[in-house]
Ligand binder design. Structure first.
Ligand SMILES: Cc1cc2nc3c(=O)[nH]c(=O)nc-3n(C[C@H](O)[C@H](O)[C@H](O)COP(=O)(O)O)c2cc1C
Length: 321
């Protein structure tokens, strides 16, 4: 049994959080992760209808009443505050608010007995998060899949662990027991993993996307604003998204200003998304995609990470000390 804040105070079997992943990580994935002993989260896209929350929460909770979380974006809540209300009403264990400050919502969330997490991208953001009373900080490195910052997980994790007392988990690039051990040995309370779950059948990816994920190497991603700009999404420009490189990113990544005013190129992406043509459409994934080699049930992945880390820690400590 690994003893960290997540397993003692939060009573998880493993100190592993299944990252919120908008549009692909919903109730089904969250339930599988929590049932396996981690904490599963439901990703909330900026245009998710309010009915989505209760529906997916029921699936995540399941008949066996598993805990689960929601992951929202601060900039999206500013535009649609009803999303936070719907999240609270669905009674999650954890709400994460990232990509902007969760400060305006701390009190409300705590009043409802819900824990609050945020992903940070600098030491300064971690200090702010602690100051406003966040319960868990995820240090999200640039190698993470989806939207993220520019500092690598390891330098960020070291800076954040030195700077704050609040429990910290490492996010970005962790997809094997070795990665879990590295984070725990550094002093993290756990890990926050997304990419390693992308090829699991509980993830709402298409078969074609799963096949691409399995074939991809760690060198096949790009951190880019291309897909946000082409879809007219309101992502703050400092947060680009890490996705698999394809023809569309090759064409537009160095040319985002031109893309913003090119209607034809924007329509081309919309069409590609409809046709599941991943030479053009996006698949968000992190550098850890090179470690995803087969389709595996989410429960198997979580248990391998957790049990593997326990075993590896025992062996490594014996060998090292
Ligand atoms: C497909 C995908 C979608 C994501 N969507 C969200 C999201 O909606 N909200 C969020 O806070 N983080 C999102 N993330 C980031 C994850 O929460 C997490 O930081 C990341 O997956 C961790 O790094 P890893 O992918 O290397 O495991 C997403 C990541 C991926 C891969």
């Amino acid at each position: 049994m690994l003893r960290t804040h997540l397993t003692t105070a939060w009573k998880l079997r493993y100190p592993i959080i299944g990252a919120p992943m908008a549009y692909v990580g919903r109730g089904r994935l969250a339930h599988a992760v929590s049932q396996a002993g981690g904490l599963g989260m439901i990703g909330i896209g900026s245009n998710e209808p309010v009915e989505f929350f209760e529906r997916e929460a029921a699936i995540a909770r399941g008949a066996d009443q598993q805990p689960f979380g929601f992951g929202l974006m601060a900039w999206a809540i500013e535009k649609r505050p009803e999303m936070l209300q719907a999240a609270i009403q669905a009674r999650p264990f954890l709400i994460s608010i990232s990509f902007g400050s969760p400060e305006p919502y701390v009190e409300l969330i705590h009043q409802h007995g819900i824990y609050l997490a945020t992903q940070v991208h600098s030491r300064e953001e971690a200090i702010q998060a602690e100051r406003i009373g966040v319960d868990l900080v995820a240090a999200q490195g640039t190698e993470a899949g989806g939207h993220t910052g520019e500092v690598g997980t390891l330098p960020l994790l070291q800076a954040v662990l030195d700077a704050v007392q609040v429990p910290v988990v490492a996010a970005g690039g962790i997809a094997t027991a070795r990665g879990v051990v590295a984070a725990l040995a550094a002093g993290a309370a756990g890990v926050w993993v997304g990419t390693c779950l992308l090829a699991s059948p509980e993830c709402e990816n298409t078969e074609q996307a799963r096949a691409r994920i399995i074939q991809s190497q760690e060198t096949d991603t790009v951190l880019t604003r291309v897909f946000d700009v082409a879809q007219g999404l309101s992502w703050p420009p400092q947060y680009a998204g890490r996705a698999l490189r394809n023809h569309y990113t090759d064409q537009w990544h160095a040319n985002v200003e031109a893309l913003a005013i090119n209607d034809q190129a924007r329509q081309e992406l919309a069409q590609a998304i409809k046709e599941k043509d991943y030479d053009r459409a996006h698949i968000y994934a992190g550098e850890a995609v090179g470690l995803v080699k087969q389709q595996q049930a989410a429960a198997t992945i979580i248990q391998q990470l957790g049990n593997g880390a326990e075993q590896l820690l025992q062996e490594r400590y014996r060998a090292l000390l």
